[in-house]
Design a protein around this ligand. Sequence first.
Ligand code: NDP
Length: 341
Amino acid sequence: MTNQPQNRRWILRKRPEADITADHLELVTAPVPDLQDDQVLVRNIYLSLDPTHRLWMSDREQYLPPVQVGDVMRGGTLGVVEHSRSDRFQPGDIVKPMVGGWEAYTVADGRMVRPVDRHPEIPLSAYMSVLGSTGITAYFGLLDIGQPQPGETLVVSAAAGAVGSIVGQIGKLKGCRVVGIAGGPEKCRWLTEELGFDGAIDYRNDYVPAALDRLCPDGVDIQFENVGGDIMDAIYSRLNLNGRLSLCGMISRYNDEGVMPGPKDFGRVLMKRLTVKGFIVLDYQKRFPEALEALTGWVTADQLQWKNHVVDGLDNALDGLSLLFSGGNDGKLMVKVSEEP
Ligand code: NDP
């Protein structure tokens, strides 16, 4: 391979103990290595920024090994194959590498790269949100764990976010009464006026327990939890007999050290025969095609809406990540690393 491109990569320099700052990650430039047999060179187009990146930067006990200090920051990307020594891929193929992360180019073994089966009418960026792990998380977290039945009440936290907004819409498609909790009047208006939620609670301005009593007078059947802390507790303490808590995330605690506390009244699990289940989207890897087929069907039938919040340029990735923790993102957060082909 001639004219080797220079790579730009964000390296983890220090583990954060609270909020992420410029001390924790450093953007470095280095040549892209020569391709070995079976490898491909992917020019990354989009980099997904996810709340879990904060967990991966820490060394707390978690579901994947923490990123090691000195390593490139892990993250999901979508890109185009520029060179290939793998018989699985050709230059021009749109792919998602399962290795690499916050970098302009990823070198990967062809077996560690997934092809993107793109629908011609759907924008490429949708494959980083509603048709990426965001949509798949919403799909399995709600349908597999939440088991929604028509007429049941579903409450979603971080409801105007990437995962939450898809959960609420799938809940409506399944005939549930859906109430979302989100920060600020604009996000709440989007939920009720555009997405068809039956109610929205602005946790920054409303008292959540009282608002839940008002909007869910018959209690809550399904809790789709993204936030943790007091918001989680307020919903949980209204769960009905045989209620389900699908624990997807606890973003309000990711910047804290130590354990992530649960609801105060654990006895409610017993008294109300609750099902409480945490999940990681990767648990469902074998069933991804099922979710993608359903999600693509809803998208092409205009039954699902989504928003992307695109940060321009790899240089801005670090500042971009903090938007997730202030609620500054409006939709699925991602970085545009380079132009679409
Ligand atoms: P979002 O697009 O929902 O962005 C995060 C949102 O969380 C912010 O916009 C903000 O919304 C809200 N938020 C942040 N801090 C707080 C806080 N202290 N209190 C209340 N709300 C807060 O991100 P994602 O959709 O990517 O992720 C949502 C959740 O889903 C996260 O917990 C994440 O870890 C989890 N997740 C889990 C997966 C799994 O496999 N289990 C896979 C993907 C995501 P607002 O403006 O409303 O405050």
